[in-house]
Design a protein. Structure first.
Lengths: 273, 187
């Protein structure tokens, strides 16, 4: 992509189409990133004109699915930011382990790599049997992939390194079986994960959790939407529960932050009683 | 160009040395912000702001998402995120696919800044071993901004500025010792 083929006005047209036709509200997303994603898809699919592109989004349900999948960012990895997972393993989860039951919400789980990573840590801490991970995303296509529990075998070397840096002591390859170019993760890891659609923009709180993780999702939202989503998390988190965000995200600007105390050196906040 | 409102520097292999030489001579009272996007290994980023701030009186910081750029400050693209410039002069971060095997990619910052600042933008591409930044400079030219490169003869790795020279109508080719004066005169 060199020069943007889809301009700002046309981006606005597409966003209002999505809202009217499908009830998907992207109007609170950061514009530069969204515009770049739309233009990327436009040239990837060799679209001939904006009119044709818009027509497909509006009238072809399969293309609409592809559109939503492509304009949202679904890049993720297992044990991404190993230091974060180390803190989860050594501080947060052992604390929650004193509870009879642990409910975790992973918001914006994409293709599921992080859900399986959490599951592995819970298993090693002997907490998996009494935990439940609600892994949600707005995008049904990525959730189907997540539920398969199969990831590219070529990634395993990197993931294994992440796992070890994150405090993992076992042989990472014991968690999957290689099947051609894919690594299929053990069914047991999936047994405590519920994959479900949930749109942070439009859907409400659906449970109370002791841990909410939402990493590298808020960066795509404008300040108003970030505020709104943080309120939603606050409403969905028990007292003394934990909220975990991405490396470059924060709650400091939001009204909810006065109820929270940050774990030093981490993007993890604990809700005060 | 009416008035420089943002100066963006992109670089890869061999560019850090250039920055360390140029920064001390830049006027700390600059009337616009400087944004630096350089390729580096993930995880060693925290050293860079400290290293650069030891060479200048300007404030040096990693760019935060939604942060508004202010004059006289040097912003560094955080490692492992693309850095985008919004139309209102705030930053956005993006963890999407690598571009030119890089995240942050120089192209992404140049391209989004090109639209946001149009003719009030100056972008400088330094030494490096891939072609990241070339498409970005094309955008800069398309929107009326100024495209500047390090003289490939003075670059530790000439490939990146050379590719820019081949593909983009470059406004200025600067030797390392000319850079600070060039930047100060834009103020």
């Amino acid at each position: 992509m060199e020069i943007a083929a889809v301009n700002d006005d046309q981006v606005e047209i597409l966003l209002s189409d999505l809202l009217e036709q499908y009830g998907y509200d992207f109007t609170g997303y950061s514009k530069a990133s969204l515009k770049r994603r739309i233009n990327r898809l436009y040239s990837l699919d060799k679209s001939l004109s904006f009119a044709e592109f818009r027509y497909k989004v509006n009238n072809d349900p399969i293309y609409f699915k592809r559109f939503v999948e492509q304009i949202t960012v679904n890049v993720t990895e297992m044990f991404r930011d190993p230091e974060f997972f180390k803190t989860l393993r050594e501080e947060v989860l052992p604390q929650l382990g004193t509870y009879p039951f642990i409910r975790i919400w992973l918001a914006g789980c994409s293709t599921g790599e992080e859900a399986y990573s959490i599951s592995i840590v819970l298993k090693e801490l002997n907490l998996l049997h009494k935990s439940l991970i609600y892994a949600t995303d707005l995008n049904p296509t990525v959730l189907e992939k997540a539920a398969q529990g199969m990831f590219a075998l070529g990634q395993m070397k990197q993931y294994s390194e992440n796992y070890i840096t994150a405090g993992g002591k076992r042989d990472f390859s014991s968690y999957y079986t290689a099947n051609y170019s894919l690594a299929k993760f053990d069914e047991e890891l999936k047994s405590k994960i519920i994959f479900s659609t949930h749109n942070l923009v439009s859907d409400h709180s659906f449970n109370e959790f002791q841990l909410i993780l939402c990493r590298n999702v808020l960066i795509y939202f404008d300040r108003d939407l970030q505020n709104k989503v943080l309120e939603l998390f606050n409403d969905s988190l028990e007292d003394l529960g934990y909220l975990a965000l991405g490396t470059k995200e924060t709650i400091e600007f939001s009204d909810i932050h006065k109820h929270y105390k940050r774990l030093p050196g981490n993007k993890i906040w604990r809700k005060q009683r | 160009m009416k008035k420089c409102k943002a100066f963006i520097i992109g670089g890869s292999a061999g560019s850090l040395e250039v920055l360390l030489k140029v920064l001390p001579a830049i006027d700390p009272e600059l009337s616009f912000p400087i944004v630096i996007v350089i390729h580096r290994k993930h995880g060693v980023d925290s050293l860079l702001p400290g290293l650069l701030s030891s060479r200048t009186k300007m404030a040096v910081k990693e760019a935060d998402e939604k942060e508004l750029m202010v004059p006289g400050t040097i912003y560094i693209a955080p490692s492992d995120y693309h850095l985008l410039i919004e139309m209102d002069g705030t930053f956005s971060l993006d963890y999407s696919e690598k571009v030119n095997y890089s995240r942050p990619a120089i192209d992404v910052t140049f391209q989004t800044a090109a639209e946001a600042y149009k003719e009030d933008l100056v972008c400088l591409l330094l030494s490096g071993s891939n072609a990241d930044g070339v498409n970005g400079l094309l955008s800069v030219k398309h929107w009326g901004g100024i495209a500047v490169i390090q003289d490939p003869e003075t670059a530790q790795v000439a490939y990146m500025p050379e590719q820019a020279q081949k593909n983009v109508h470059i406004d200025r080719v600067l030797r390392i010792e000319e850079m600070a004066t060039f930047i100060n005169l834009l103020s």
